[in-house]
Design a protein. Structure first.
Length: 204
């Protein structure tokens, strides 16, 4: 038995009848271009759901799990994510701009071109995610690990890299701000790539 076994399974349309959605499981829903704002979700599990091109601005999520969900091209801008877990989710082009993430994890997600511009992360992490071309412009954080992630062509412009750990992840190019590089962690093999991004010419 898991902590979710006591939750009631409900349809997404029924859950939306209350602005506060709690203690339920929502499965196998397909929702396109739904526009909703300022809902509060607590102790909710989404499994095998598709939310394509939806606008869920300023949602407040606490103890929420997304498993095997497709949130591609949806907008979760200005949302608050507390103890929220994204597991095996598709997040292509999803916008979490200006979101606040506390104790939140992204695991085995496909998140190419997702947007985390102006987002704030505390005690959060990314693990085994593909995040090519993802936008972390002016992101704020208290240290943020990427465990075995593909970050090629990700953008960290105007973001302080101090406390960011790239050492376990893969990339050939990162878009970074030269003035913000100090204090990040990289693997020895990545030092040459960073030198090239900084315009340093290495000769044999």
């Amino acid at each position: 038995m898991t902590q979710y076994d006591e939750y009631e399974e409900v349809a997404f349309s029924d859950a939306l009848k209350n602005e506060e959605i709690m203690d339920c499981i929502i499965r196998h829903e397909v929702v396109d271009e739904e526009n909703l704002e300022k809902y509060s979700l607590s102790n909710v599990v989404f499994e095998h759901c598709v939310f394509q091109a939806c606008d869920f601005a300023k949602f407040d999520l606490s103890d929420v799990v997304f498993k095997h969900c497709d949130l591609s091209n949806s907008r979760w801008e200005g949302g608050y994510f507390y103890r929220t877990n994204f597991v095996n989710c598709k997040l292509v082009g999803t916008s979490f701009a200006e979101g606040r993430f506390h104790d939140t994890s992204f695991t085995q997600c496909f998140a190419n071109y997702a947007v985390f511009a102006e987002a704030t992360f505390t005690q959060s992490k990314f693990s085994h995610c593909t995040m090519q071309g993802t936008d972390f412009y002016h992101m704020r954080h208290n240290g943020l690990p990427w465990e075995s992630c593909d970050l090629n062509e990700a953008s960290f412009e105007e973001t302080a890299l101090k406390g960011l750990d790239f050492s376990q992840s893969m990339f050939e190019v990162l878009h970074i701000d030269l003035k913000q590089v100090q204090g990040c962690k990289i693997a020895p093999a990545q030092a040459v790539l960073f030198a090239m991004m900084l315009g340093i010419e290495i000769r044999d």
